[in-house]
Design a protein around this ligand. Structure first.
Ligand code: ADP
Ligand code: MG
Length: 299
């Protein structure tokens, strides 16, 4: 028996609601009651609209869920629950690890636990969370994540892009900063792989923007090179075969230009690591980069 965790959006509201009701309905009543007990399909769909959630299944049956809610200081987990019959099978742990993956590029994963439920607080502490505050009846916890990564070679850079690509959803904007040859296009190749779009990501310098259609159900990738643009206000008029709300948009050289395109964005800064690495005539020598990530989340 294995636990499968999949990413879901508002279309899965009914399934998520069923898990929430089973999981939260089984707990002893709290005062005030858990928000989850007041949920209906519409409220769950609303919660899922921003970044979706995760549904855990055992033998194809939904048994666990969590809603992912982006905040300026990290990804907040809401409606985290496992149905009573599926407890003790590692479902909760699988959900936590998938949520941490989904938070890649953010500084923390955060959660609120009820102070009346010390077992719940202990669960989060057992999964690397620390208590960051208390405001009765809630205990605030966070698990800190790194936002700076070393990419010793191009393959690692692609791998980092791929991991992030798996976390992106329609409407997301990624702004890439780094000198010529830093690895912005290489990173974007990885993003394309993680998003599962048609490949062939190359520098779009001479076409300004290129659309890579999704191979599955996910969003298309719109790859923009702003190197020669004075502004991106007209991007929507570029006659792209994709709308930005339905796509993931990646803009090289976009800092200071692309910010207005979306409420939230992932800023990626790529720098050549300086100092002690072999260089010179050896073509096999590592040419490491440092990648810093920052999510800027609007309301
Ligand atoms: N650690 C590394 N990270 C990314 N690219 C690297 C690295 N080491 C070498 N490279 C090479 O550097 C070049 C980066 O080019 P590219 O991704 O087009 O940069 P940019 O789009 O920022 O101008 C590629 O040829 C890539 O193979
Ligand atoms: Mg490039």
């Amino acid at each position: 028996m294995s636990v499968v965790v999949r990413r879901v959006g508002p279309e899965a509201a009914a399934e998520v609601l069923a898990v929430v009701r089973e999981a939260f309905g089984d707990r002893s009543p709290l005062d005030p009651p858990a928000d989850a007990l007041g949920d209906d399909a519409a409220s769950i769909a609303r919660l899922l609209r921003r970044r979706g959630g995760l549904l855990a299944e055992v033998d194809g049956r939904p048994v666990g869920c969590v809603v992912l809610d982006p905040a300026p200081d990290g990804l907040v987990l809401r409606r985290f629950g496992v149905t009573p019959d599926a407890q003790g099978q590692g479902v909760a742990t699988a959900l936590v690890e998938a949520a941490v993956e989904a938070a890649a590029g953010r500084s923390a994963v955060r959660v609120l636990a009820r102070e009346e439920l010390p077992g719940t607080v202990a669960f989060w502490e057992g999964h690397g969370f620390v208590v960051t505050g208390r405001s009765s009846p809630y205990v605030e916890l966070a698990r800190w994540l790194g936002t700076t990564f070393d990419a010793p070679d191009a393959e690692t850079m692609r791998g980092l892009g791929e991991r992030l690509g798996r976390t992106l959803v329609a409407g997301d904007l990624v702004v890439l900063t780094g000198e010529l040859g830093a690895g912005k296009t290489t990173f974007t190749q990885g993003l394309g792989a993680g998003l599962d779009v048609r490949g062939g990501v190359t520098s779009p310098t001479f076409v300004i923007a290129r659309v890579h259609p999704a191979l599955g159900d996910g969003p298309d990738l719109v790859h923009v090179d702003a190197y020669r643009l004075g502004g991106l206000d007209e991007l929507d008029d570029l006659d792209l075969d994709a709308s930005l709300e339905d796509s993931v948009t990646v803009v090289e050289w976009g800092a200071g230009l692309a910010e207005g395109l979306a409420e939230s964005r992932l800023e990626v800064v790529i720098e050549r690591s300086v100092g002690d690495h072999p260089g010179g005539a050896d073509e096999e020598a590592l040419d490491p980069r440092r990648v810093s990530l920052r999510w800027v989340v609007g309301q």
